[in-house]
Design a binder for this molecule. Structure first.
Ligand code: PHB
Length: 390
């Protein structure tokens, strides 16, 4: 007689003997600057990607998601070599991350050759998605924030400005589009100053900007450098000079803002994400992020990592768990969803992110510095791409 136990045991053997899983895992090569000048970008994005997986499960459309993190230290040659290895050796189904524009630019041709989707979660120069049909962006585009800031400044009594940007592609985008829109609206740009990306010294340029006696100083530096700007701004007493500090949200980055001090109170910036964005989705995101990462506050990099994972999960679901790069990119085109930042649309034509740009003021709230949103420009497309084709 066959006992109940034997049947159960036989069943168990059958389960164990079945092919382990019908589908192979779907690997994501997440290349980030985990060390070096942009390490906060890497840490924020990695933490948010892990949070998304913890909240949504590590299996989607029958595929187990396996994230492989590589530290490129913000060096483009390293990013490119790591992307090559991830494609050839690890056979990743998607690449993601890209902490700085040069890192994304260096990798774009590999995404095209291998037909692997490349989700850009940090780099923000307008031209990036044009470099490969496999690029989809979840971060932001500098001309979006630059024109929003120019418009707010011109409409709020600021008639003259000096621009001060990091001397590389996103800085040039910020300068170009701020100057263009500010001048169109009747503003005068007294001087346009640039600082090197690596080891910048903000003291002399801030002094030169102040000497030009503009009503406002428009600043862009990449995430991670805002605190150094704030320190020099305060040390030179510029907060008491009558010159208003304005800029893109990269400067008053939530990762560093609370440590920047009271000299930043009242600074107005334009950005797509504030940790104090007053939506239920954002409150839940911030609470979960803080619980999983004690001592950290999510910044706009984190939200782009979180949303980038969401785009990949939804694309996998829509495309039935395929690893076909073209099908995954097609599934991301036109995708819209509610992000902790607010509504997000992936423009079907450009594969670039369309979202609200908020005008925010640095305020002390419950003892901490935050970017308090007070005006919204709804669903702004990259103005550098929005122009009608001739
Ligand atoms: C970029 O290199 O494209 C970049 C990096 C950090 C930012 C913005 C742009 O905050």
């Amino acid at each position: 007689m066959i006992s109940r136990r034997t049947i159960l045991a036989a069943g168990l053997v059958a389960v164990l003997a079945a092919p382990a899983v019908a589908q192979t895992p779907f690997k994501v090569g997440l290349i980030l600057p985990m060390t070096g000048q942009s390490q906060s970008t890497g840490k924020q994005i990695e933490a948010a990607v892990k949070l998304y997986i913890a909240q949504n499960g590590d299996t989607v459309a029958g595929r187990k998601i396996e994230v492989i993190v590589r530290d490129d230290a913000g060096v483009a040659d390293t990013t490119k070599r790591q992307a090559q290895e991830l494609i050839v050796r690890d056979k990743v189904g998607a690449l993601a991350g890209f902490g700085l524009t040069p890192l994304a630019m260096a990798t774009a041709p590999l995404a095209s050759q291998a037909k692997v989707p490349m989700i850009v979660m940090a780099a923000a120069t307008s031209i990036i998605p044009n470099q490969s049909p496999f690029i989809v962006r979840s971060s932001q585009v500098l001309p979006q924030t630059a024109v929003a800031m120019a418009q707010w400044a011109a409409e709020n009594g600021i008639k003259s400005a000096v621009t001060l940007v990091s001397d590389y592609a996103p800085g040039i985008d910020a300068e170009t589009w701020f100057v263009k829109r500010f001048k169109e609206l009747g503003g005068e740009v007294k001087e346009s100053l640039r600082t090197p990306l690596a080891s910048p010294d903000f003291a002399p340029v801030l002094q030169r900007a102040a000497d030009a006696k503009p009503q406002a100083m428009f600043v862009f530096v990449p995430s991670g450098q805002g605190a150094a700007v704030a320190k020099q701004f305060a040390e030179r007493g510029l907060d008491k000079s009558g010159i208003r500090l304005i800029g893109t949200g990269d400067v008053t980055d939530d990762d560093q803002l609370n440590g920047m001090g009271d000299a930043m109170l009242g600074v107005v910036t334009s950005g797509h994400y504030s940790a104090s964005h007053p939506s239920a989705a954002n409150k839940a995101f911030v609470a979960a992020f803080k619980a999983a990462n004690p001592g950290m506050r999510p910044n706009f990099m984190a939200v782009a990592g979180y949303d980038g994972m969401h785009m990949l999960y939804e694309a996998l679901r829509k495309a039935g768990g395929t690893a076909d790069g073209e099908a995954l990119v097609a599934a991301m085109k036109g995708m819209s969803f509610e992000s902790p930042r607010g509504p997000v649309l992936i423009d079907a034509e450009t594969r670039d992110v369309v979202h609200n740009i908020y005008i925010r003021r640095v305020e002390r709230v419950d003892g901490e510095l935050y970017n308090t949103e007070f005006a919204t420009i709804s669903m702004l497309k990259d103005p550098a791409k929005a122009a009608p084709k001739p």
